[in-house]
Design a protein around this ligand. Structure first.
Ligand code: DOR
Ligand code: ZN
Length: 416
């Protein structure tokens, strides 16, 4: 495959792909795909998605979820184990891998559960699961409540050199809250979730990782306090990394006004002060990664009262545009830094090979039109989950083509 006239590092050039590799970058003769006006980036890697397979395929499956992924510019996704049943054995890991080989549009890397059934009691056989392809471990969707279980898990993970991803939520503080604690919750008469419920757990994970001198990754941080805790821990050398999601820097809890269940997510959308602190953390390097926490749900899961509605936002198809618009277009960070957050750093954390656009590297490439503006339309999503609070938002920066392992998998609205 020959890609002609694309923009790479501010220069116009061509790329020849042979097999699954980038064979040559430079002026190349011959007919090819005209990429005039498109900027070439290393394809993104999402280290936090929910593909819902097995068992919850009304919400999503590997096929639909990875179609959404390539539309979003991703060549790699790491899927969370809170499926039915939970991905907590080597057989389950193998199932996800085998099914993905058959139906997925991009590479799928299963994340195994930390505890059996994600019940927080007994550790899973992480080594066996790693051998079958589990790329990291998490009980995402719920916290590992027992600190000693988390400590043992961190020791075990250190032993086999894998990454633990912690869903930070102190249940006794979160109680039965359904949105951010604050003015909006009070006005709506809804029960609030305090920032402390996230931050107490972030502090615990930092203390455990520090005492064991091992690494830990904090999922979906949403509060000013979490950013500050991680900033301070990093400054004293703790091996803590973290991610946030586009919804935590693009909007606030005000979006839940009118009991908008599409704005219900866990952790909840927070205050303007938190949003600004998240942006600060992205800017100064405290935040390592932008992940989507792509959490597709059915119409039924969301068409109900706010209290009853499921938590989650379908995020794969809007992540780049929202991030580009809120962070790069607005002048907060450069496009290079956004690529670091969406492609380079997540790969480092889960130990996937780098896919910088260089000769000899695997051809995992995303071509974006940075000048294109468009209105997000949830009805066009490839994901079964149409649950986005960003419908009709005007955004800039559009994924036009995604190449996965040398093959064009997404081309301007179409799955290949
Ligand atoms: O909003 C969320 N949705 N947060 C989680 O922690 C779980 C996720 C899901 O699985 O739907
Ligand atoms: Zn999640």
């Amino acid at each position: 495959m020959l890609l002609k006239n694309l923009t790479l590092n501010d220069k116009i050039t061509d790329i020849l792909i042979e097999g699954d590799k980038i064979a040559k970058i430079g002026k190349i003769d011959g007919e090819g795909i005209d990429c005039k006006g498109l900027t070439c980036l290393p394809a993104f890697c999402d280290m936090h998605v929910h593909l819902r397979e097995p068992g919850q395929t009304a919400k999503e499956d590997i096929e639909s979820g990875t179609r959404a992924a390539v539309r979003g510019g991703y060549s790699d996704v790491c899927c969370m184990p809170n499926t039915t049943p939970v991905i907590d054995s080597e057989y389950m890991v193998e199932y996800v891998k085998l099914k993905s080989e058959k139906v997925a549009s991009c590479s799928v890397h299963p994340i195994g559960a930390i505890t059996v059934g994600s019940k927080g009691e007994f550790l899973t056989e992480m080594r066996k699961m790693t051998d079958k392809g589990a790329i990291a471990f998490s009980d995402d969707g719920r916290p590992v409540e027992n600190a000693n279980v988390m400590k043992l898990a961190l020791e075990y993970a250190k032993d086999i050199d894998t990454l633990l991803i912690s869903h930070c939520e102190e249940k006794s503080l979160a109680k039965d809250g359904v949105m951010n604690e604050g003015l909006v919750a009070t006005e709506l008469g809804l029960k609030g979730i305090s920032s402390a419920s996230e931050e107490v757990m972030v502090a615990r994970e930092i203390i455990l990782a520090e005492s064991l001198n091992t690494r830990v990754h904090i999922a979906h941080i949403s509060t000013k306090g979490s950013v500050q805790l991680i900033r301070e821990a990093k400054a004293r050398g703790v091996k803590v990394s973290c991610e946030t999601c586009p919804h935590y820097f693009s909007t606030t809890d005000e979006l839940a006004d009118g009991y908008n269940t599409f704005a219900k997510v866990n952790p909840p959308l927070r205050s303007e002060e938190d949003r600004k602190a998240i942006i600060e953390g992205i800017k100064d390097g405290t935040i390592d990664v932008i992940a989507t926490d792509h959490a597709p749900h059915t119409k039924k899961d969301k068409e109900c009262t706010f209290d009853e509605a499921a938590n989650g936002i379908s995020g794969l198809e809007t992540a780049f545009s929202l991030s580009y618009t809120s962070l790069v277009k607005s002048g907060v960070i450069t496009l290079d830094r956004l690529v670091e957050l969406m492609s380079v750093r997540p790969r480092e954390l889960v130990k996937l090979p780098s896919n910088e656009v260089e000769e000899g590297n695997k051809a995992n490439i995303t071509l974006v039109d940075l000048n294109a503006t468009y209105k997000i339309d949830r009805n066009t999503f490839f994901s079964k989950g149409k649950n986005t609070p960003f419908d009709k938002w005007e955004v800039q920066g559009k994924v036009v083509k995604t190449i996965v392992n040398g093959k064009l998998k997404y081309d301007d609205g179409e799955i290949k």
